[in-house]
Design a binder for this molecule. Structure first.
Ligand SMILES: Cc1cc2nc3c(=O)[nH]c(=O)nc-3n(C[C@H](O)[C@H](O)[C@H](O)COP(=O)(O)O)c2cc1C
Length: 225
């Protein structure tokens, strides 16, 4: 049986912040845990995502934009949990936060950190290790090195045998992308959708099957502005 390690190490914990908004956030999340996503654990259980609160939708839409300059700051595990759930988690027993053509649910997420990459198991709401090295060089084309500063990169991967069609999978990926943009605004993060990556190399890095295709990358982190 696979050795499952559950991460419970808090590297930093903040219990108080100055602004009213941050006070509310700290009350909701209580303790913010910063986990090292470095490949030491084969599986990382994510905390239950927050399913209420956040910025008002219209305000988030008004503030949505692409961020292409990031600080190298870490994100706490609650924020990562929220982000992945918003992006492609289950909000009903068998259906997700995003629609898919014919309810094929052909899209899954892979999350790339500096030292390791993980599969997001949406049903278990956990991260499963798939690569134990820095694969970010394969995420970068045209000198878009800001990718290295952002804390994480989400890859949207389609199972083209399962999808209604490749066109449908591409459309479905857009819903995930927009959810990531809007959650990022709501959480004071920056995000950018990207297609400038080395798809063949990443496919190998992530040990994807022939029928799987990486459709879109969302780079997410603390904005530098
Ligand atoms: C499908 C798609 C692919 C994109 N690919 C890249 C990319 O490879 N590199 C990049 O820096 N920005 C990329 N972008 C971001 C666009 O440059 C950005 O959305 C556009 O300039 C409009 O800016 P805004 O998002 O702030 O409105 C992409 C956006 C989309 C929707």
């Amino acid at each position: 049986m696979r050795n499952v390690l559950l991460i419970g190490i808090a590297i930093f914990a903040f219990t108080g912040c100055s602004s009213p908004k941050n006070e509310k956030a700290s009350q909701e999340s209580k303790v913010l845990e910063y986990v090292d996503f470095n490949g030491a654990a084969e599986e990382i259980a994510l905390p239950t995502p927050d399913k209420e609160g956040g910025m008002a939708l219209l305000e988030a839409v008004n503030k949505r934009k692409s961020t292409k300059e990031f600080k190298t700051e870490k994100l706490d595990i609650q924020t990562i949990s929220n982000l992945l759930w918003v992006a492609n988690g289950f909000n009903r027993e068998d259906k997700r936060t995003v629609p898919t053509a014919q309810n094929k649910q052909e899209l899954e997420l892979y999350v790339v950190f500096k030292d390791a990459a993980y599969f997001y198991d949406a049903k278990e709401h956990s991260l499963v290790l798939v690569a134990k090295n820095d694969i970010r060089p394969d995420l970068i084309l045209y000198n878009q090195t800001y990718v290295n500063d952002a804390f994480l990169n989400i890859l949207i991967v389609a199972d083209l045998e399962l999808a209604a069609s490749r066109d449908a999978a591409l459309m479905d990926a857009g819903f995930i992308g927009q959810n990531i943009y809007l959650y990022s605004v709501s959480a004071d993060l920056g995000a950018v959708a990207r297609v400038s990556f080395n798809a063949d190399a990443l496919k190998e890095d992530l040990k994807l099957k022939e029928n799987q295709e990486i459709l879109l990358n969302l780079t997410v982190g603390v904005p530098n502005n």
